[in-house]
Design a protein around this ligand. Sequence first.
Ligand code: KG4
Ligand code: ZN
Length: 347
Amino acid sequence: MIVLGVETSCDETSAAVLDGSGDDVRTRSLVILSQDIHRVFGGVVPELASREHLRAIVPVVDAALNEARAELSDVHAIAVTNAPGLVGALLVGVSYAKALAFASGKRVIGVHHMEGHLFATALEHRDAIPPFTALLVSGGHTLLLDVAAWGEYRLLGATRDDAAGEAFDKVAKLLGLPYPGGPHIERLAREGDPANPQFRFARPMLHGGQQPGDADYYDVSFSGLKTAVLHAVRGSRDLESDKAHIARAFQDALIETLVAKTIRAATVFKRRRIVLGGGVACNGALVHAMADQAKSLGASVYAPSPRLATDNAAMIARAGLFHLERGDRSTFDLSAFASIPLPGLIA
Ligand code: KG4
Ligand code: ZN
């Protein structure tokens, strides 16, 4: 089956063409246009995001078809992100995909953006398939899931406040670094001393006495960590020379927390595979720490390359393909939603 994927949930306009069936899928093309305009504002401005998507959607889809050497008539179905995200931004992709499907007589399927992130790594690693423990860490979400099979997700933990990427972005702002802050913090943290006693932040919601039945066993929370960074910044007499140490201490605390919670999940559910996804999965220190801790379980860690970790339409087409093969399809009253639960959640 050939699926055209469309993604416009935030500040990337993306289209991709996928070809295959089951877990044997080839990405024939992937085009991602990142909106630059938000840098000026230090964060995504929803109204501007919608306008940029409107401008970009047609040429981006055309480019994806060209790159795949495909005609629209070769495409069997169109998969589009319809939730969660910025409603105005999502609506551009959803309206476009529906119109294209209607005009060309194709099936259309709405895809949950976070389910897309779950499938992203499998596009590059043949072994990143269920069963696995999944940690999805993006700018808007932090989810820890047990994935027994595609379409069968047990939500174990989530953030109680800020998402992991959001914490990176806010801390970057406090340190005077550009948006999005994740890559800048990672770079700066490499120059920081991990043993600097002046800057050591508590690991949020992580202590030895926690048991699997406890509400905070898998959940995370990063707003306290962000406040700790704020105090460290305000208390610094020479921020220029302390900056790298603060970035390092912040990143170490966040990573240790995420890794510990993920290893707990893999241990309890006896999973031998850990799959990472979302923009924060670009962080080399996170992937390295996870792989290191997974060794004792005999588990392998799979992380997508940056292009597939961040928002892209290939992962949407891949999740869409799974649903289409199961016989799912959306009707033309498919709409966009800022927030809906992940499909396939089991108790
Ligand atoms: O998945 P994504 O592209 O968009 C959302 O769906 O939110 O994730 C974007 C997030 C941003 O918060 C960005 O700062 C973070 O991913 N990020 C990183 C790194 N690269 C991107 N965070 C930490 N380290 C990185 N290297
Ligand atoms: Zn995302």
